[in-house]
Design a binder for this molecule. Structure first.
Ligand SMILES: Nc1nc2c(ncn2[C@@H]2O[C@H](COP(=O)(O)OP(=O)(O)OP(=O)(O)O)[C@@H](O)[C@H]2O)c(=O)[nH]1
Ligand SMILES: [Mg+2]
Length: 348
């Protein structure tokens, strides 16, 4: 799972990337110059894993993982064709976007978050429109030459064109985002998106009221501050946080929200060797979830022994949860819930 960090040049993308991942990638003065992309993986913070780890004292605890990619510069559709191609290539695999908006003063320039947000959103839309128009042109030529093409793809592209022409992103149209015929295009405005309002250190949070695109949540973060904390040793960071009455890194919420935005949930497997969080899409059946661990477990699936994390935590341990009747046996059609602790029974 990968999330692309995007936004206008100088909005603080690399700063947010560093804050999220604890990396020390070089930030830029206001330039928007082209640089190599930054890529790093982070653990999805999850309190429940800590509780389970205390319960089982395993040799190893494994978190769910998200990969973040920070591309240099912004998207400039009009001027730089080449850099656009490069950016599209980099962002194509991303499952979602984090759109960083500058809300701090930079080099004497006051922030204009609403205008910046709208501008970048338009760039996403325009970028997709260019791709759609190019493709439609080619399809029309082929039809003239007597080739048939895929009528479904044509219809969907025409619908996409209409949406984009009206100035809207593709992400809020279910038919477009779920169509297998359009998967290959990797439209940027079709990717789920979270806006990060990147605030200055001294700013009061909770004051900004921006008009957001449909279906796009926003989070306020103090990018520079969070970056500095993320780069400190753990003990030192904890001291600073205590002083500033910041209970946990603000980035935790961003990571967790991006996980939710992608429709992802975690189930857990537990034992003395390992306590582990597994990532699945919401709505996944037990047998398919088993396949995330190993295809053999999916193939030889018999039953899933399931206890909800909350019930297990309340009971204190597995045995007590069993005695309280909280451990259930579920079949392959059972829809796995966020926080389920599962023991798969299978034979091979
Ligand atoms: N005061 C303040 N400055 C910030 C904040 N975030 C970033 N900056 C400054 O803004 C400048 C640009 O930050 P970057 O993180 O490099 O921005 P970027 O979006 O990655 O820039 P490009 O990759 O060049 O497009 C740097 O000088 C940062 O120090 C913030 O939250 N507060
Ligand atoms: Mg950067």
């Amino acid at each position: 799972m990968e999330i692309g960090i995007v936004g206008l040049p100088g909005s603080g993308k690399t700063t947010i990337f560093n804050a999220l991942t604890g990396s020390e990638a070089e930030t830029s003065a206001y330039s928007g110059g082209k640089k190599a992309p930054n890529i790093a993986q982070v653990k999805v913070p999850d309190q429940r894993l800590q509780v389970l780890t205390e319960m089982y004292s395993p040799k190893k605890t494994t978190h769910a993982i998200i990969q973040y990619i920070d591309i240099g510069g912004g998207i400039r559709t009009k001027e730089k064709k080449e850099s656009l191609d490069e950016i599209l290539r980099l962002l194509r695999p991303s499952d979602a976007l984090v759109h960083v908006v500058r809300c701090f003063e930079l080099a004497g320039q006051a922030p204009s978050p609403q205008a910046d947000l709208d501008e970048f959103e338009s760039e996403l839309i325009l970028t997709d429109l260019l791709i759609v128009e190019k493709r439609l042109e080619r399809l029309e030529k082929e039809v003239k030459k007597g080739k048939k093409g895929d009528p479904k793809e044509l219809e969907l592209l025409q619908k996409a064109q209409e949406i984009l022409d009206s100035g809207k992103a593709l992400r809020s149209d279910n038919q477009i985002t779920s169509a297998p015929e359009l998967k290959g295009y990797a439209f940027l405005s079709a990717k789920p998106c979270i806006v990060v309002l990147n605030m200055g250190e001294e700013d009061d949070t909770g004051q900004l009221t921006l008009e957001l695109p449909e279906g796009v949540p926003a989070i306020e973060l103090k990018g520079s501050l969070e970056m500095e904390l993320a780069q400190l040793e753990e003990e030192e960071a904890a001291m600073f946080r205590q002083d500033m009455a910041l209970p946990e890194p603000a980035t935790y919420r961003l990571i967790q929200e991006s996980y939710q935005l992608l429709g992802l949930i975690s189930f857990f497997t537990v034992g003395e060797d390992e306590v582990k969080a597994w990532t699945i899409k919401k709505g996944t059946h037990a047998q398919k979830a088993a396949g995330v661990i190993h295809s053999d477990i999916q193939k030889g699936f018999i039953r899933a022994e399931v206890v909800a994390f909350e019930d297990l935590a309340k009971a204190g341990d597995y045995h007590a949860a069993q005695k309280a009747g909280k451990v259930r046996l579920e079949g392959k059609e059972y829809i796995v819930q966020d926080g389920d602790v599962i023991n798969f029974r299978f034979n091979i």
